[in-house]
Design a protein around this ligand. Sequence first.
Ligand code: ADP
Ligand code: MG
Length: 222
Amino acid sequence: MLYLKNLIYHPPATPSAILKSINLELAPQQMGLIVGPSGSGKSTLLEILAGLAQKTAGTISWRDQELSPDHLQQLGGLVFQFPERHFCGHTILSELRLGHPELGKERIDQALAAVRLSHLSLSTSPRSLSGGQQRRLALAVQLIRQPYLLLLDEPTAGLDWSMRQQLISLLGELKKEWTLLIVSHEPGELMAIADRCWTLQQGELAVADPASFVTQQPVVQA
Ligand SMILES: Nc1ncnc2c1ncn2[C@@H]1O[C@H](COP(=O)(O)OP(=O)(O)O)[C@@H](O)[C@H]1O
Ligand SMILES: [Mg+2]
């Protein structure tokens, strides 16, 4: 269980806090979804939960253990927005092994199976994959580290309809095993698979009912 209590992020250079006393609880094997407009603090919150930025005040705990940024770096797996822009491996294998040269074939096969990419050759270049496959490879890069908490920043951004559906169905599968926290300014179909939902507005988090979000109907031409 992830607990955030009165989490504040207020860098000295900014006039007001970017995250204002955030309280949140997320149970294992659940998917939490935070919806907020651009600039509301979504990516900042994920960076803190991944141990990449330091909170100003408040606590972050897993069960009854308070977590330091070092713990968070080990327990959290952050998939950045547009993760494919940060690929550095020349092959799928080298991308998965970056920073973990010791990883055996079994772990690699497991991670690729979890994101439904087992059919690809390990020598394939990540750059030659489709947009949806690249997004799933980026997920595998985090899953292979076996984090407690998978953090996803705008996971469906820039994907076309069918790739988005594939990714959403995959995330629905992944939550059977992992705890997921997703942030998005355009949640769309992610709502349907979320167990918990919040809105973030100018750094203030509030509980939301997924059913209360009005989904935009496609415009039908007469
Ligand atoms: N370290 C920082 N110092 C100053 N301002 C920051 C810092 N980190 C983020 N911000 C500002 O905080 C706000 C929230 O940013 P961000 O978390 O990227 O929002 P979102 O992901 O919701 O678009 C933005 O106005 C951004 O410019
Ligand atoms: Mg962002």
